[in-house]
Design a protein around this ligand. Structure first.
Ligand SMILES: [Zn+2]
Length: 308
């Protein structure tokens, strides 16, 4: 079997390793074998990860529960038959190309030649850590290099912004006030209000509002490439606009609690409108929503409130 016939790992984004071209120099094949194994191990490493909520206090004694940074989701993976590769094994050590590169101490993934400050810091932390290295250290570090080798490059290819002017966000959000007030007053359609109502109907109001249930819905409510930094800023701006001014009352937010209405309805509705503007304002909110969903991992890594 030709190595070149093996399907490339759809999750790896290793554009520098074209598996489709034929025939490949043997050294390249060897690197691919190693990379596939690394990816498989990495995939195994990323399973079983649960997000844990953190909370941040905000003004007016209202609690906004922040989704924890989304970690990579590698739920699908092509199975490789490694028996096919065993013939290559004896030559493995003859190839020193990869050995010159710095690799992840946990999963052997080759780290980029030019590491970001964030990755250098993370590597320093691992190398200089006193005492036992915890599972969480490994998960965090492997997530960091996975993000930098995969999530960020593919996000850049999709033109998600590396730089966002967060200072101007409140003013941009003020312009949506009338639009969002129409949703609150029941005069305009809201995809996210409908979604929330469906969940509340299905599982019951009390259960739907529990922290665990909210956490399970957070993933789909993330504000795309605006990341958790954007989520906090948007939520705080909306609280000032609608809760502090009593536009969003207990009655109007029913069956959701007002703060949950902000999180589950108005934050994603706002993020969708910001993205709609970003892409020129000529498409549809649905297009913006799709970008929002697709760019959330990128946002959580690049524009994470823990970054600063
Ligand atoms: Zn790793």
């Amino acid at each position: 079997m030709q190595l070149s016939n093996i399907p490339s790992n759809p999750l790896s984004n290793d554009s520098n390793l074209p598996l489709s071209s034929l025939p490949l120099p043997f050294s390249v094949q060897k690197r691919q074998t190693k990379r596939i194994r690394q990816n498989l191990r990495k995939n195994n490493n990323f399973h079983n990860k649960e997000n844990i909520q953190t909370s941040s206090s905000i003004s007016n004694n209202t609690q906004f529960i922040l989704p924890s940074p989304k970690k990579s989701k590698l739920t699908e993976f092509t199975k490789y038959d490694f028996d096919e590769f065993d013939g290559l094994e004896p030559l493995e050590d003859e190839l020193n190309i990869d050995q010159m590169k710095e690799t992840c101490p946990f999963c052997d993934e080759i780290l980029p030649d030019l590491m970001s400050d964030k990755m250098k810091l993370a590597l320093d932390r691992i190398n200089n850590k006193q005492g036992k290295i915890e599972e969480s250290d490994r998960i965090d570090f492997c997530h960091t290099h996975f993000a930098e080798l995969s999530i960020v490059p593919s996000g850049i290819a999709n033109k998600y912004p590396l730089n966002i002017n967060f200072d101007e966000l409140p003013h941009r959000i003020y312009r949506f006030k009338d639009d969002l007030t129409e949703i609150i007053n029941g005069n305009a359609y809201s995809y996210y209000l409908n979604l929330a109502k469906q969940v509340y109907q299905e599982v019951g109001h009390r259960k739907a509002a529990t922290p665990m249930m909210l956490m399970s819905r957070f993933e789909s409510l993330r504000p795309g490439y605006y990341g958790s930094k954007g989520a906090v800023l948007i939520a705080n701006t909306l609280i000032g606009l609608f809760i502090n001014t009593r536009i969003l009352t207990v009655v109007k937010s029913y069956p959701l609690q007002s703060i949950n209405y902000i999180q589950e309805v108005l934050v994603p509705e706002t993020a969708m409108r910001l993205i709609f503007e970003d892409i020129g304002g000529n498409s549809s909110l649905e297009t913006a929503r799709n970008i929002m969903i697709a760019s959330s991992d990128f946002g959580d890594y690049v524009h994470n409130c823990d970054n600063e």
